[in-house]
Write a protein that binds this ligand. Structure first.
Ligand code: KIV
Ligand code: ZN
Length: 511
């Protein structure tokens, strides 16, 4: 029997802390269902004390997840631990994850606490958490920069108080692999009771070493890895789940471990997250990037055709990517379309398939050939827009050499049709001004407007990304359409819908 590595997914907590990656309750539940189907062992659903919205989202996730353990984060404070306990209560399997910083820098400048006070807080917080659930995880924030002797004492205090999982975060992404691995070896050798708990890695990617460090932790005794889909997370992100899992699977000769992840669902999980957050992964991203299995050079193509393993260490199918040369067109039926969605890693209900199919048919009427990239952009756009408060209905733009450019736009605001006409300095400016007339948001700044052609050719779909910032909140929206201006309007409405959710829909009908 291979030893099992527990996959602790923190996409909905640490991942959500990336600027612009915040998710609302419905999006968190959708992502939690994807994570459960993927087979992760633990879903860290949020930080319940942080806000009412966070609490509600963790509580909602706890109601729908049946197999995975649902975890809530808490500082070493009674109010945090009580909120976490309440939020995760509906889940059949629940964990409280409590943490406190242990490095001299954090204890002195952030916590203003003496080391002995931190040790007391560890005992008190873990003891309180254990009064709500047997499954308690304790983390030493900034563990990598903690003095080894003090880290041993802190871990010992947590174990004595009843923590079953001990997490050693590289909070600032500072460690090198050999150094990080040796911390686990040291703790296992020195701390009384260390052999009775599960040690966990939690690595940030500031030096691009999060996955390498996590694997070094595993090689030295860690049996849980904390990670996120697409590696999203604070600053440079967390260890990417798909990279950790595929490294263990592909290099099982050197990493003789098993995970519970159904790797064929990796691509689908990555795409769902990108569609929800509006954050695409870069094309050369390992495992889930658009080029991860593409062979461009003649020598490589020739080699792969002769024997796939010449240049492929994993098959695209193993991560849920089934490449096909069959181009879909306007004569393709719903059945073939649904099958292609499945092959691309999407799991959509019939209503969503129907909506995406209608858009596919409209696209196929306008475009000679519909490629996989087109379908991905279209379905991501559909997933992003579904359930949003603001929906584009119709739009007409007058553009050309003679300004001003004019946009007449009609949209639905929570189901109610509203119209506006605006002039602008260019067509995109006119569109955004028309939207602003309908839903006022004077404090929001447009910090990114980006257009990318999904495929080659002048009939390619445009994929537009829009970023809005308002009072420290950042939201990202994406839209796709063969008409760049329609894609721009969709992206803006997607971002604005998210912004409205973030500010509690206070000004929704202000005009
Ligand atoms: O990076 C970190 O230290 C954390 C802890 C809260 C586990 O995210
Ligand atoms: Zn973290």
């Amino acid at each position: 029997m291979q030893k099992r590595i527990i996959i602790f997914d923190t996409t909905l907590r640490d991942g959500e802390q990336s600027p612009g990656c915040s998710m609302n309750l419905e999006e968190k539940c959708r992502m939690a269902a994807v994570l459960e189907a993927l087979g992760v062992d633990v879903i860290e659903a949020g930080f319940p004390v942080a806000s009412h919205g966070d609490f509600e989202a963790v509580h909602a996730v706890a109601q729908i997840v049946k197999n995975a353990t649902v975890c809530g984060l808490a500082r070493a404070k009674p109010a945090d631990i009580e909120a976490a306990a309440k939020a995760i209560a509906p889940a059949p399997r629940r964990r409280i994850h409590t943490f406190i910083a242990t490095s001299p820098l954090h204890m002195k400048h952030k916590l203003h606490m003496e080391p002995w006070q931190v040790l007391e807080a560890i005992t008190a917080s873990v003891t309180l958490a254990r009064s709500f659930t047997d499954d308690v995880e304790w983390s030493a924030e900034d563990a990598v920069r903690t003095e080894p002797d003090f880290l041993c004492r802190a871990v010992e205090a947590a174990i004595r108080a009843g923590a079953q999982t001990i997490n050693i975060p590289d909070t600032v992404g500072y460690a090198l692999p050999t150094e990080y691995g040796s911390i686990f070896a040291m703790l296992l050798a020195r701390v009384p009771g260390a052999d009775s708990v599960t040690f966990s890695t939690h690595c940030h990617n500031d030096l691009g070493l999060a996955v390498a460090n996590s694997l070094a932790g595993v090689a030295n005794g860690a049996r849980q890895v904390e990670c996120t889909i697409n590696g999203i997370g604070e600053r440079a992100g967390n260890a990417a789940l798909e990279e950790v899992v595929m490294a263990i699977r592909t290099r099982n000769d050197l990493l003789p471990f098993a995970t519970g992840v159904d790797t064929t669902r990796i691509t689908g999980a990555s795409r769902t997250l990108s569609a929800i957050t509006g954050f695409s992964v870069q094309p050369n991203k390992a495992i889930v990037g658009a080029n991860a299995f593409a062979h461009e050079s003649g020598i490589h193509q020739d080699g792969v055709l002769k024997h796939a393993q010449t240049y492929e260490i994993m098959t695209p199918e193993s991560v849920g990517l089934a490449r096909s040369d069959i181009v879909l067109g306007k004569h393709s039926g719903r059945h073939a379309f649904r099958a292609r969605l499945g092959a691309l890693g999407y799991t959509l209900d019939e209503v969503a398939v129907g909506a995406a199919f209608a858009r596919f048919k409209a696209l196929a009427d306008r475009k000679k050939e519909v490629f996989e990239e087109d379908i991905i952009a279209l379905v991501d756009d559909e997933i992003a827009a579904s359930g949003e408060a603001l929906q584009l209905a119709e739009m007409e733009v007058r553009a050309g050499t003679e300004g001003p450019q004019v946009c007449t736009l009609s949209m639905r605001v929570e189901g109610q049709r509203r119209e506006a006409r605006a002039e602008g300095n260019g067509p995109v400016d006119a569109i955004f001004k028309a939207i602003r007339q309908i839903v006022a948001h004077p404090g929001a700044r447009l910090t990114l407007y980006q257009v990318h052609a999904v495929t080659g050719g002048t009939d390619a779909q445009a994929e537009v990304t829009v970023k809005l910032a308002e009072e420290g909140r950042t939201v990202v929206g994406q839209g796709a359409d063969p008409d760049t201006l329609v894609a721009s309007a969709r992206a803006y409405l997607h971002a604005l819908s998210k912004l409205l959710v973030k500010r509690g829909r206070a000004n929704l009908n202000e005009a």
